[in-house]
Design a protein around this ligand. Structure first.
Ligand SMILES: N[C@@H](CCC(=O)N[C@@H](CS)C(=O)NCC(=O)O)C(=O)O
Length: 201
């Protein structure tokens, strides 16, 4: 199988972390691409030309992070991303963190066509809800990834790192010490270390 990614995408990172955690990395090769350009074999995997996109060995293309996670869970159920213990709380936190990822990525994408986006009412709403999401996560932390694999912890780590990576000028963590400490506590976690976002040359 081949996973199309880029090195900054938080969506691709979530899938990459799940692959590493499930020990599927020997079956899935990564292909770093520019989703903003055109590339036929990539389009075959995701007609919307976005990463992540998983190309199966039989040529089937899987798009959308949630769909790819579901597929990974089907082919390698153990360890699960969705443990049964405290299931509803975990799913609720996962939704909050995944939403923060989605909203932050939307800000970055919208800025490409509207440089003053942050100051307009929709831009302000976007930042307000990301702040609310981090407040909630700061108040109700998911398990540490070292202690338990689960989608809420993966999404929270990815959301925090993406905020730091993309919005260095904003204080997303200084006012949320519990969340900052939580991220600090899993600093050495292998799948997080191996997938840290960076700008490719
Ligand atoms: N809903 C998609 C979002 C994926 C997405 O927006 N990926 C971005 C990179 S962070 C992308 O490839 N953008 C290229 C484009 O929008 O044309 C998912 O869950 O996978």
């Amino acid at each position: 199988m081949k996973l199309f990614i880029n090195t900054t995408s938080p969506y691709a990172r979530i899938v990459r972390i799940a692959i590493l955690e499930k020990g599927l990395d020997d079956r899935i090769r990564e292909d770093i691409i520019d989703p903003w350009g055109n590339r036929p074999n990539f389009v075959g995997a995701n007609l919307h030309e976005r990463v992540p996109a998983l190309l199966l060995d039989d040529g089937t293309g899987l798009a959308e992070t949630s769909i790819i996670l579901h597929y990974l869970e089907t082919i390698r159920p153990d360890p699960t991303l969705y443990p049964a213990s405290d299931y509803r709380r975990m799913m609720s936190l996962a939704g909050i963190a995944l939403g923060a990822v989605d909203v932050m990525a939307a800000i970055i994408i919208t800025r490409k066509s509207a440089p003053d986006f942050d100051a307009n009412p929709l831009g302000r709403k976007r930042f307000r809800t990301v702040g609310s999401a981090f407040d909630q996560l700061n108040a109700t932390l998911p398990p540490r990834l070292d202690d338990q694999l689960n989608i809420a912890s993966i999404a929270t780590a990815v959301a925090v790192d993406y905020a730091v990576f993309r919005f260095r000028e904003r204080d997303f963590l200084d006012s949320r010490p519990a969340l900052r400490q939580w991220r600090e506590d899993c600093r050495g976690h292998g799948s997080l270390v191996a997938t840290m976002p960076y700008h490719a040359e």
